[in-house]
Design a protein around this ligand. Structure first.
Ligand code: C5P
Length: 227
C-alpha cells in the first residue's frame, strides 16, 4: 500500500527506531536508519584517532569510510569495510562523539547523497521506504509522502534510552543519560548545518504517554490516511 517515503524525525529516545522498524515491517517497506550512518562514520573517526574538532580530517575519514547499510527492517545491518559494527556504534564512545561529527558540513553532504541514493534504490522495489533521522523531512527527502515528527518529554526519553542500555547489557545510569539526552538535543538543534527541527508539513506525534503499540497504531492511521 505504501509506495513512497515515510520520514520519521525527532530527537533521541522518542522510540523512533523501534517504531520505524516495526512500521516498515508491517508495510513490507525498506528501512533506513540514518543515525546509524552518522554513528558508523563516528566510529571510523575514533578508530583513525582523528580529533573530532579537526573538520578537514573528519571529512577525509568520512569520504573513505562510507558504511554499507542493510535495509531489511527485520534485520537492519551496518557494515564498515565488511565488518559488522551494529553493536559497537551503540556504545558510549560513539554516542559521546556523534553530535560533533554530524555537525561537520562535508560529512552531512556525503551521507545525505548516500541516503538519497539508498532511498531511490528502495523506491525501485514495491513497498516504499521508512527513513528515520533528524533531517529527513527537512533536507534528505523533502518530497516524502508522509512526515512525522516524534517528540516526548526529556525524562521519558532518558528513561527509554536507559532501559535500552540495560536490556543490551550496557552500563546505564538514568541521571547521566538524561544529561546526555539534553546535551545532544541542544547540540543537534543548535548546529548551523541542518539543525534538528520539525518540517512545516510534518505531523507532530508526542509519544510521552504512548507505548510502542500505541505509537504504531497512530502511524498506521496516518499512513492509511495518505494512501
Ligand atoms: O538516531 P541516533 O541517536 O542513532 O543518531 C545519532 C546522532 O546522529 C544524533 O544525535 C545526531 O547528532 C546525528 N544524526 C543527524 N542526522 C540524522 C540522523 C542522526 O545529525 N539524520
Amino acid at each position: 500500500e505504501l509506495r513512497g517515503v515515510v520520514a520519521l524525525d525527532g530527537p533521541s529516545g522518542t522510540g523512533k527506531s523501534t517504531v520505524a522498524r516495526k512500521l516498515a515491517a508491517a508495510l513490507s517497506a525498506s528501512y533506513l536508519d540514518t543515525g546509524a550512518m552518522y554513528r558508523a562514520v563516528t566510529l571510523a573517526v575514533l578508530r583513525a584517532e582523528v580529533s573530532v574538532a579537526d573538520e578537514a580530517a573528519v571529512a577525509e575519514v568520512a569520504a573513505s569510510a562510507l558504511p554499507v547499510m542493510g535495509t531489511n527492517p527485520l534485520l537492519p545491518t551496518v557494515t564498515l569495510a565488511g565488518e559488522d559494527i551494529g553493536q559497537e556504534i551503540r556504545g558510549a564512545a560513539v554516542t559521546g562523539a556523534v553530535s560533533a561529527v554530524s555537525a561537520v558540513a562535508r560529512v552531512r553532504e556525503l551521507l545525505v547523497d548516500e541516503q538519497r541514493r539508498l532511498i531511490r534504490e528502495a523506491l525501485g522495489e514495491p513497498g516504499g521506504v521508512v527513513v528515520e533521522g533528524r533531517d529527513i523531512g527537512t533536507v534528505v527527502a523533502r518530497e516524502a509522502e508522509l512526515k512525522v515528527y516524534l517528540t516526548a518529554s526529556s525524562q521519558a526519553r532518558a528513561r527509554r534510552r536507559s532501559d535500552q542500555d540495560s536490556a543490551a547489557g550496557r552500563v546505564s545510569d538514568l541521571e547521566s543519560t538524561h544529561a546526555d539526552v539534553q546535551r545532544r538535543d541542544a547540540f543537534d538543534s543548535g548546529r548551523a548545518v541542518s539543525p534538528l527541527r520539525m518540517a512545516d508539513d510534518a505531523v507532530e506525534l508526542d509519544t510521552t504517554e504512548l507505548d510502542v503499540a500505541g505509537v504504531l497504531e497512530q502511524l498506521r492511521t496516518l499512513v492509511d490516511a495518505r494512501g
